[in-house]
Design a protein around this ligand. Structure first.
Ligand code: SF4
Length: 510
């Protein structure tokens, strides 16, 4: 069947960034809303269900899309955007009108306890204290130290997740093996040399605390959904294995042509479980039937976890199968969270629902403590007031220690940009009237870029300077807690030691 005979378009709307189509899918027999990005990558997301909420924001049900729902979504798409549109209050649906003044949920209304697992397997900021000498150096000298990096070496992905954070990317953007190696060599060898020569006092203090020169300590290969589809993946990992860097991998699948031994070099691997109809390589549409390398199963030397985004596609069955699959494969954890493209208000409602679902299924207790290896990461957008107070000097505090190199623009320009974090793709604000300024869902170097990949040395060989004012363009930052921890370390007494890190692992991924 050709695509035009499979998808019968019933209604269509054009926005600045998307073609939004209401379609009859003649293969599945379902009605869908299809979002087609207008960017060079032409990425698409297919939505088959929406969350229907009661007046207090509680989930009534996940309902298949029908004519009434499609009309509501298309009529309010400009105000609600490409993510919020798929959570609809029943009252609004019935009246056909958008009530813009809804009750808000405070973070402490969510059943949740911050655990050692959440601190170990996610970047909550707690691990930053382990690296205190690099922040002493920053406070006293103004120079940064890039101890953690994330690379997206290409933009290829075989899935079509509704919540994709880089849906507007160009899949032709990719880097060469030499470019990737040059980037790492700079952060590893050149940075260590500069610290030994120019900052011996801080370098020695860091050596005493951690056994290493100040240089790159933790590296994550991520992006493009499957970093292991990048043609040079195996060779690059072999090169990285010759260095003393802790390696992490974030992927939503395992291409069969990669040797299973390649994965032995990772300290941790996090497998994104996508909505099951979004990944064509899931046999029979089941994530738990996918190919997994034998080297990552029941392997005490590699921490393996699942990551699961809660949304209208979620069923009790999939959460239960995640727990079973962890047991069967000897995996260590599953991190669950909500769609970061939602505004703070809608994201907190979703967090409350996720917490209640995990509680109902017995995966968290009454107080919000996990009962097993599934935990809830309570990550949500910040506010304008927090931004003003936190960044009183107009400087993002992740920039002095963290770099995210994304390849967006590489095809056209022959270079691409570094960023202080990856949450810049999902920053989303909503005003008092409930109108949402949707996330860019791609890396925009003209707003958040710091230096070109070829100039990454400037992040540690020149004094730290703000490349943008986060109070103006990062008010919904997802890493305010990490920013706050850095600020606390910078203003703490010299002999302060920070919180007890007993039991916390993966310290080189702060
Ligand atoms: S979103 Fe937050 S962490 Fe990211 S660049 Fe902006 S201020 Fe920094």
């Amino acid at each position: 069947m050709s695509e035009s005979s499979v998808l019968q378009i019933l209604k269509r709307k054009e926005t600045d960034r998307f073609q939004v189509s209401y379609v009859q899918n003649n293969r599945s027999g379902r009605r869908e809303i299809v979002l087609l990005g207008k960017g060079a990558g032409k990425h698409r997301a297919e939505h088959t269900k929406v969350n229907i909420l009661d007046a207090s924001g509680k989930l009534i049900e996940s309902r298949p899309i029908d004519d009434q729902i499609a009309d509501f979504i298309l009529n309010h798409f400009e105000a609600r955007g490409d993510t919020e549109s798929f959570s609809i209050y029943q009252e609004d649906l019935t009246s056909g009108k958008l009530n813009r003044h809804r009750e808000r949920v405070a973070p402490d209304a969510v059943r949740h306890k911050l655990t050692t697992e959440e601190k170990t397997f996610t970047a909550t900021g707690a691990k930053l204290w382990y690296h205190k000498p690099v922040f002493d150096k920053f406070r006293d000298t103004g120079f940064g130290s890039i101890i953690r990096a994330t690379l997206t070496n290409h933009q290829v992905c075989s899935s079509r997740c509704q919540f994709c954070s880089t849906i507007s990317r160009n899949k032709k953007d990719s880097v060469t093996l030499d470019e990737a190696i040059a980037f790492i060599d700079t952060l590893y060898h050149e940075q260590a040399r500069i610290n030994r020569e120019r900052f011996p006092e801080y370098n020695e203090a860091y050596r005493k605390a951690t056994g290493s020169d100040i240089r790159l300590r933790g590296l994550i290969l991520s992006g493009g959904g499957q970093p292991n589809l990048w043609p040079h993946f195996a060779e690059f990992v072999e090169y990285l294995a010759t260095l003393d860097i802790d390696l992490g991998l974030i992927t939503n699948g395992f291409p069969p042509k990669i040797s299973e031994s390649t994965y032995k070099h990772f300290k941790w691997i996090r497998i994104s479980v996508t909505p099951e109809d979004a990944s064509p390589f899931y046999p029979g549409g089941r994530f738990d039937k996918q190919y997994l390398p034998e080297t990552i199963k029941h392997n005490p030397d590699i921490t393996v976890g699942y990551s699961y985004v809660f949304g209208p596609w979620t069923t009790d069955d999939i959460i239960q199968r995640i727990a079973t699959s962890m047991d069967e494969n000897g995996f260590n954890y599953c991190r669950t969270l909500t769609d970061c493209n939602l505004s703070r208000e809608m994201q907190l409602l979703a967090h409350r629902e996720l917490a209640e679902r995990l509680h109902r299924l017995g995966f968290v207790d009454k107080a919000g403590n996990p009962t097993g290896r599934i935990f809830h990461q309570l990550k949500y957008h910040g506010t304008v007031a927090e931004a003003e107070e936190l960044w009183d000097k107009g400087q993002c505090y992740l920039q002095p220690y963290n770099v995210f190199w994304d390849t967006t623009g590489h095809e056209e320009n022959g270079h691409s940009y570094c960023y202080a974090c990856d949450s810049v793709t999902v920053l989303v604000d909503s005003d008092e009237d409930g109108t949402v300024s949707t996330s860019e869902r791609k890396f925009n170097s003209s707003k958040w870029g710091t230096v070109k990949n070829t100039d990454v040395h400037r992040l540690f060989s020149e004094p730290v300077q703000p490349f943008f004012d986060p109070r103006k363009i990062c008010t919904s930052c997802l890493f305010m807690r990490n920013n706050r921890t850095v600020k606390e370390i910078l203003t703490a007494p010299p002999d302060a030691v920070g919180p007890d890190l007993t039991g916390i692992d993966h310290v080189n991924f702060p």
